[in-house]
Design a protein. Structure first.
Ligand SMILES: [Zn+2]
Length: 357
């Protein structure tokens, strides 16, 4: 991804903070936020207002985790995986097989495109659903390719091995709880984009190859209307991330994430949380109570955003300091932060999709 229209050498945080429009969000207290109109989904912005998890559901779901599996998934993905290489196929097969083993329906969206330096390439987006016949989907997405960097070994731990592993871990940990989504009208989709990274210099024809192809194809096929919201995970795994609400039409959903983080924190259910220093802006939380009204960050969501698909972009600002350097390897991964974020995203998914009894 890229911070758009900014000279690369300028400090990202400073420029971003100066240039972006930052507004403090009004925290209404999630319990009192009952206006159904606040919760809108899909390109047609229809109302959908799932109730919050009850206390017993919240405690039950908060206890679900498999940290060993998450680490194993990261290890399996954390190899150089540049499009067109043998490793890239190995990682793709690993993702596909892991989900098929959990009884997900997995298909590849394969296509050819040409990239600078390397030439013709065969790309494969991975699309996994619990119910291919559902009417609408919450889509959780990340990219599984790693950046082509001649002469250095680039592993892309935060970019985006950890986000991919978090999605596989979610499918594994929630296997039984998500069973009802195999027949539900509103279901879950996991999307692993290919070719997010530029090969030479980031630009409209050299970057987000998979996302550009898929958004265009689904528009032609009329499938974009079945996306409630695209939640894009990127650059996760380093300590002390700070997230912001980037888009007005998903702000209520962003506030759900913020509320879940608070709820977990109040009950002491987050690991090494109070002492970690957490975010640079408000050091007590990951999800900041601020909106950043700006389109400075280019990423896989852009072709969908341009076609009016609601977007939740879970990317820290500033980016991790190791971004696009050989230091984006296992040593940068903070497993407490990673486990905490994985937990928040799992709870959000359950709250969003599960019918309440
Ligand atoms: Zn990258």
């Amino acid at each position: 991804m890229l911070l758009n229209k900014l000279p690369q050498h300028i400090n990202i945080w400073n420029v971003c903070m100066q240039a972006a429009l930052i507004a403090t969000l009004t925290i209404t207290g999630s319990k009192s936020q009952t206006a159904t109109g606040d919760y809108l989904v899909g390109r047609k912005q229809t109302s959908y207002n799932p109730s919050e998890l009850s206390e017993s559901q919240f405690l039950e779901y908060s206890n679900l985790s498999d940290k060993q599996h998450l680490r194993e998934a990261i290890r399996n993905i954390l190899i150089p995986r540049v499009v067109g290489t043998g490793n890239h196929s190995i990682v793709r097969q690993y993702i596909v097989q892991s989900l098929r083993d959990l009884d997900w329906k997995v298909e590849l969206n394969s296509f050819h495109d040409t990239a600078p330096i390397v030439g013709a390439l065969h790309f494969h987006n991975i699309i996994a659903t619990l119910n291919p016949k559902a009417e609408s989907y919450l889509v959780l997405a990340c990219h599984y390719d790693s950046k082509y960097m001649p002469d250095v070994e680039f592993l892309g731990a935060t970019d985006s091995a950890v986000p991919c592993a978090m999605l596989l871990n979610l499918a594994h940990v929630l296997e039984k709880h998500l069973g009802s989504l195999k027949t539900a009208k509103r279901s879950l989709m996991l999307l692993f984009f290919d070719g997010e990274e530029a090969f030479d210099e980031w630009g409209p024809k050299d970057s987000i190859y998979g996302a550009r192809h898929l958004a265009q194809r689904w528009e032609k096929e009329g499938k974009l209307d079945s996306i409630d919201m695209l939640v894009l995970l990127d650059l996760l795994g380093a300590p002390d991330p700070a997230f912001y609400s980037f888009f007005a039409n998903t702000e209520s959903w962003y506030m759900r994430l913020l509320a879940l983080e608070s709820r977990l924190s109040q009950r002491g259910l987050l690991e090494q949380y109070t002492s970690s220093g957490v975010a640079p802006r408000d050091p007590t939380r990951y999800f900041q109570a601020q909106a950043m009204r700006s389109s400075y960050i280019e990423d896989d969501h852009i072709p969908f955003l341009k076609r009016n698909v609601p977007i939740l972009h879970l990317i820290p600002v500033p980016f991790p300091t190791v971004w696009h350097t050989p230091d984006d390897n296992e040593s940068v991964i903070d497993y407490s932060t990673t486990d905490n974020l994985a937990l928040i995203i799992r709870l959000f998914t359950l709250e969003y999709l599960l019918e309440k009894s």
